[in-house]
Design a protein around this ligand. Sequence first.
Ligand SMILES: [Zn+2]
Length: 145
Amino acid sequence: MKIQWHIAMGSIAASLWYYKTRRHSGLPTFLIANTMIDVDHFPAYAMREGILNPKHFLELGTTGRISSGSKEGLTINQIGHIPRPFHNVAFMLILTVGAMLIRQLRPIAAAVWFHRTCDLIDETVLRNWQNAVQRTADSTRSSQD
Ligand SMILES: [Zn+2]
């Protein structure tokens, strides 16, 4: 899921949480953690693709494509699967156990689970829907040719 969508979804979740509980403690931490989890993409981009410019990393995170420089045109799809340590289930479980013991970790653990849920929805349901729409558009175009 693109960074701006994580910010939007996290803001909606935080707003609903505040509306329901009238408690705001932990919400800034939740919002920051929900967005910053994707920095774990950066080491793989740097090592595999030689992307060292933070602007290019931000472009990949927001548009899925680098728009300038020596890596211009490179897309997230071309890079493919990368290791993402903060998205790892083992990391999430360790963080969850830590959050049971240390209260200050709870908004971070909630953010990691929420972020990963949004990523999974994006990677499965939304991507399949986009592919189905694309296939329909392609078949409509080819039947008109
Ligand atoms: Zn993510």
